[in-house]
Design a protein. Structure first.
Length: 291
């Protein structure tokens, strides 16, 4: 459970209005709904019930409210205390980065190490959440695949490229192929990652562009769980190469796709670079991130 989810919970419990809560936190209504839904899924209970135009705490919601409120207050108090020590930092940058980007995270860590007087705040989020945080001004820069977002930002700096690949079990008839046409998998069950709505929509569109609508497993699974199902021969998956490399699941074979869709990781900004520190970050990532 994240701090932002708890903030959404306590704010909605107070205002009882989705629109008011979303506006106060700088989120879209869909993003706010996702945060509440994920919190309810994590706790395996319903926290709010709809009464006309209001969202009212259920009995379970009322039970956990004091504890969540206390945790949020403790975190806010700690953040206030830390923010009082401002003389140490010469500048600051707030960054939102898409999930599963370990190579970018390593470069951000290296950047922080050589810039100890710069306060760098990083939040990992889905592509849609990265865009929401960027649009609301909550972060200075978003790092996301440009092909999967449904809008163009005024400034976009390419950092690295990646390719989609197919993942099948070792026992799959195509497992020994060096490369395949994606449509060769059109009769398979697909396990696609749904934790990032924009990436999921992008994967669906890739299949459709190759002449078929994928038969998708409806359960919402983590990437590690998806790869376990694939290794068991329950279906196939479509993932970026670097995402597969991060996992250590035996029994899978990664297949190249002929004429593969490419993904370009970009640092995107809503407006002109507002400060020198952000320009320094962009130049560092552009130089250091493998292409």
């Amino acid at each position: 459970m994240t701090y932002l989810q708890m903030m959404c919970f306590t704010s909605l419990a107070t205002t009882q209005k989705m629109s008011e809560t979303a506006a106060s936190l700088g989120l879209s209504l869909s993003t706010l709904s996702k945060y509440i839904d994920r919190m309810e899924a994590e706790l395996s209970t319903v926290l709010f019930e709809k009464q006309l135009s209001r969202r009212v705490l259920t009995r379970e919601g009322e039970l956990i409210y004091p504890n969540i409120k206390y945790i949020v207050k403790q975190y806010d108090d700690l953040r206030t205390e830390i923010s009082g020590i401002t003389s140490f930092y010469d500048s600051s940058i707030k960054i939102a980065i898409g999930f599963q980007q370990s190579h970018i995270m390593r470069q951000l860590t290296a950047f922080m190490k050589i810039n100890p007087n710069m306060k760098v705040s990083i939040v990992e989020a889905s592509a849609s959440e990265v865009c929401s945080l960027l649009d609301s001004g909550a972060v200075d820069v978003g790092i996301v695949y440009e092909q999967i977002i449904n809008k163009k930002y005024p400034l976009s700096y390419p950092l690295s490229t990646n390719r989609l690949c197919a993942v099948v079990s070792e026992s799959h008839p195509l497992a020994k192929c060096e490369a395949i046409e994606l449509r060769q998998l059109q009769d398979e069950k697909f396990f696609l990652y749904k934790g990032d709505t924009l990436m999921y929509q992008y994967l669906l569109n890739v299949c459709i562009a190759n002449g078929f609508v994928p038969r998708v497993e409806q359960s919402k699974m983590r990437i590690s769980t998806i790869l376990i199902n694939v290794s068991a021969g329950n279906g196939v998956s479509l993932l970026s190469e670097d995402t597969v490399e991060m996992q250590d699941i035996e029994g899978n074979v990664v297949l190249s796709i002929n004429d593969p869709p490419h993904l370009t990781m970009c640092a995107v900004c809503k407006n002109e670079l507002p400060k020198k520190s952000l320009g320094d970050l962009i130049r560092f990532l552009s130089k250091e991130t493998p292409r």
